[in-house]
Design a protein around this ligand. Structure first.
Ligand code: OKP
Ligand code: ZN
Length: 345
């Protein structure tokens, strides 16, 4: 199986993020997550590890607002120009906004932190010097995997970091900057009927938002009930799309303690909806934070459950583009990814 990954993900390495209560914690989305996955993949007979194509901004601008992309490109350097006066250091500085727009406000202020607040949904998307480059190449991994599948591969894996499914057309949040899976799906959808299935533990609010009024791409997310978990404001069962997109989005919020059987029941229902839509290609947002050992999650899913999830999805017999999202237990992450991907080998 073709695996696309860029070493430049290392350039996105903020030292901390800010949790509820103002608690400053080391980032969960650490570069070592990718090390865990790469070393497990290297121990298989089937992983062919490749660099992403350089596709510049074109496929990204099919999903993201140009002013948001420009903001992402210049934000850190602008912060250094301002922060430099405060004696901050280029290597250790982090851009995190502290003011967010009131609902329905569409004024985009000129100031850096006005824009930062406008383009960010929370404190969990810290921007450092290498974030933009890492995020661009992460999106290129997704499009490269989409192209491999379009060229006839049964499945391809985009080892995206930073992840993408919380990023909307014009916002970052929840460790995500560009929505890799949405970019891959948009790229595919010009030629193929495309569906997205998001199995990350967190609701894929960005993906939901991007395709919410569109019937072209069916989007389904199975996740922890947002009543208790990030992203809090989206991911509820009654959100099913709007306008022409009505009926083309579905959420499956699941309770704390969800086990293999509970999860597979929800997945089976989701897969029936996908079959009824009859896509010719499937994009999967793969978050391994649904595993029982994940440090920020409360599902009880085992590695065997993950193997079953792979079999269930593979049984659709559709070409599949898998994009990495979350998963923060570096001890089990590599093994779980290899277990999931094995279903498509
Ligand atoms: C990104 B992905 C918990 C705050 C956690 C950020 C979670 C981002 C998850 N109190 N906030 O979907 O794995
Ligand atoms: Zn997640």
């Amino acid at each position: 199986m073709k695996i696309f990954y860029s070493k430049n993900h290392y350039k996105h390495h903020p030292d901390f993020e800010i949790f509820e209560g103002g608690i400053k914690l080391p980032v969960f989305d650490s570069p070592s997550r990718v090390d865990s996955i790469i070393s497990a993949l290297k121990n298989t007979q089937w992983a062919e590890i490749l660099m992403p194509e350089n596709l510049d901004l074109k496929p990204i601008l099919e999903v993201h607002d140009v002013n948001y992309v420009t903001y992402m490109q210049s934000a850190f350097n602008e912060w250094m120009q301002q922060g430099g006066e405060l004696g901050l250091n280029y290597q250790s500085s982090v851009l995190i906004p502290a003011s967010f727009p009131p609902r329905r406000s569409h004024k985009i202020p000129k100031s850096l932190f006005g824009r930062a607040g406008y383009y960010t949904i929370g404190t969990n998307a810290p921007i450092v010097a290498g974030t933009y480059q890492a995020a661009i190449e992460s999106a290129h991994c997704a499009v490269s995997a989409a192209r491999a599948v379009s060229d006839g591969e049964r499945a391809a894996f985009a080892l995206c970091r930073p992840p993408g499914h919380h990023a909307g057309k014009d916002y970052c949040g929840g460790y995500c900057f560009f929505n890799n899976a949405a970019i891959a799906a948009r790229w595919l959808s010009s030629e193929y009927k495309t569906a997205i299935l998001d199995i990350d533990y967190h609701a894929g609010n960005g993906t939901q938002d991007i395709f919410y009024d569109s019937p072209d791409v069916l989007t389904i997310s199975i996740h922890a009930d947002p009543i208790n978990h990030f992203p809090s404001f989206m991911g509820y069962a009654d959100e099913t799309g709007e306008k022409a997109g009505k009926g083309y989005h579905r959420n499956f919020p699941l309770p704390a303690g969800t086990n293999d059987t509970d999860y597979l029941n929800a997945l089976a229902e989701a897969l029936l909806i996908i079959q009824a839509f009859a896509p010719s290609v499937l994009v999967v947002s793969v978050g391994m934070d649904l595993h029982k050992d994940d440090p920020i999650s409360d599902f009880q899913i085992t590695t065997n459950g993950i193997r079953e999830i792979g079999y269930y999805i593979a049984a659709l017999r559709l070409p599949v583009v898998l994009c990495m999202e979350g998963g923060y237990d570096t001890h089990t992450l590599g093994k779980n990814i290899v277990t999931l991907l094995s279903a498509f080998v």
